[in-house]
Design a binder for this molecule. Structure first.
Ligand SMILES: [Zn+2]
Length: 442
């Protein structure tokens, strides 16, 4: 594998070399937060911790976690950006909003300095995902509000690749620009990549592989890391798929998967300090190979809306050890979000894992699913009701239902009640997929 980096020094640095750089930035940032963020002044005081108690990163666990809900309340209490906004509006150059997957969306502002930092982290992640200056990137992701839009434009331009802003709901334009401009990278959500594959086949009478993409660059939801989904997309498009992951309160893309495909590399080395925590107890866990937990972020270089020990609710598995691409940072795979997790008789079940099992049954199923919830989760009484699309040619539906239920029980350890529905029944998504349908009034 060719070893190529956007910032070779920092991306190949050993943890021992990186640590002092993170320490220095952390202390500077914590001074800034203590001085400028009314939200943290109050929070730290209530937690009984003083500035002098924090002498370095080893003292980070003395500080309390920050929950998304607190940021939402902080914003309601002190509009527009909240008590956690630490920069004057004069210095703010752009305001984004969180994708609002849970509850009311929150706004996130950035200063010119924050924009530079976002661009660097996002570009590093995209470069790890093999975006190069010679590429023509077809951007089939929304450009408004969402941090996966304009900040990605900045990052792709920073790399020197050509950015083609299409947005969503314009698949005919994706086909046209790909052909006319020689687009060779498709940037979209994994849900869109699946939707678009069906679209070109049905509406354009083309195989997705005929479009000539060299690379599928996906993110914004866990699909790209779901093995059966990834396999399907790579086969359909006949090219490599790389996934990425970010967080609207931290940075647009923080992790990027290199061609070795052994998880996504952490690409915010000197800008974000990540912690792996036990999602139930909050205890800090070692970022070692095979460890599973939730990610928390402490921003090390942020002016507008700095966050400290921010709980992402992203559940991840860690891959450590050397990678053949030469990057020294740890890698992760996202297994789901706490908000989507269901608990069936004490067993944690993520919709993306169900999606993986059902997709592995292609072509007998289309891979599309919906989990039906009769009562608010996360606890669900078995059997868990799942609607699954069967493909047109499938004849023996009773046998398929039994097989799916058996494999779900064997692999994910819960009892399912699979309802087979004809191909084309379930909704398709051009942005993020929603795998859970609530049958109750909220
Ligand atoms: Zn790598």
């Amino acid at each position: 594998m060719k070893k190529e980096f956007l910032n070779e020094r920092i991306e190949t640095m050993s943890p021992e070399e990186l640590r002092p750089i993170q320490e220095e930035k952390f202390l500077k940032q914590i001074d800034y937060v203590w001085e400028k963020s009314p939200f943290y002044q109050k929070k730290f005081k209530e937690h009984g911790v003083e500035r002098a108690d924090i002498r370095g990163l080893e003292d980070l666990p003395k500080l309390p976690f920050t929950e998304k809900d607190e940021l939402r309340k902080s914003q309601e209490g002190n509009p527009p950006l909240g008590f956690h906004c630490a920069a004057p509006m004069d210095d703010i150059i752009r305001i984004h909003s969180s994708s609002g997957t849970t509850g009311v969306p929150t706004f996130v502002g950035i200063t010119r300095h924050d924009q530079k930092v976002w661009t660097e982290i996002t570009a590093r992640s995209l470069f790890a995902k093999s975006v190069r200056p010679t590429d023509v990137v077809i951007h089939a992701v929304g450009l408004t509000f969402f941090v996966g839009g304009l900040p990605v434009k900045d990052a792709i331009e920073h790399i020197g690749a050509a950015f083609v802003p299409i947005g969503t709901g314009a698949s005919d334009r994706v086909v046209m620009t790909t052909k006319r401009l020689g687009g060779n990278v498709l940037h979209c959500t994994p849900s869109y990549a699946q939707y678009f594959a069906d679209y070109v086949r049905k509406k354009q009478n083309l195989e997705p592989s005929e479009l000539g993409f060299r690379k599928l660059v996906v993110g914004a939801e866990p699909g790209g890391g779901v093995p059966a989904v990834k396999k399907r997309l790579q086969e359909e498009y006949q090219c490599l798929l790389s996934e990425g992951m970010g967080n609207s309160d931290a940075a647009p893309i923080i992790f990027g998967e290199c061609p070795a495909q052994q998880g996504m590399h952490f690409c915010a080395q000197e800008y974000i300090f990540p912690e792996l925590i036990n999602p139930d107890s909050g205890e800090v866990m070692e970022m070692k190979d095979g460890a599973e937990g939730e990610l928390a972020y402490t921003l090390l270089d942020r002016e507008c809306c700095p966050v400290v020990r921010f709980r992402t609710r992203d559940r991840i598995t860690v891959f450590a050890g050397p990678c053949e691409c030469g990057r020294s940072s740890f890698r992760i795979r996202c297994i789901g979000r706490t908000d989507d997790m269901l608990i069936v008789l004490g067993v944690n079940v993520f919709p993306s894992a169900i999606k993986d099992v059902i997709t592995s049954f292609r072509p007998r199923t289309t891979g599309d699913i919906v989990v039906l919830l009769e009562r608010p989760g996360p606890k669900v009484e078995p059997p868990l009701r799942i609607q699954v699309e069967y493909s047109q040619g499938e004849k023996d539906l009773d046998a398929l239902k039994k097989e799916l239920e058996t494999v779900l029980r064997d692999k994910l350890v819960f009892r399912a009640d699979v309802e087979l529905v004809p191909e084309g029944t379930l909704p398709r998504f051009e942005m993020k997929a929603e795998y859970i349908r609530k049958l109750y009034e909220e």
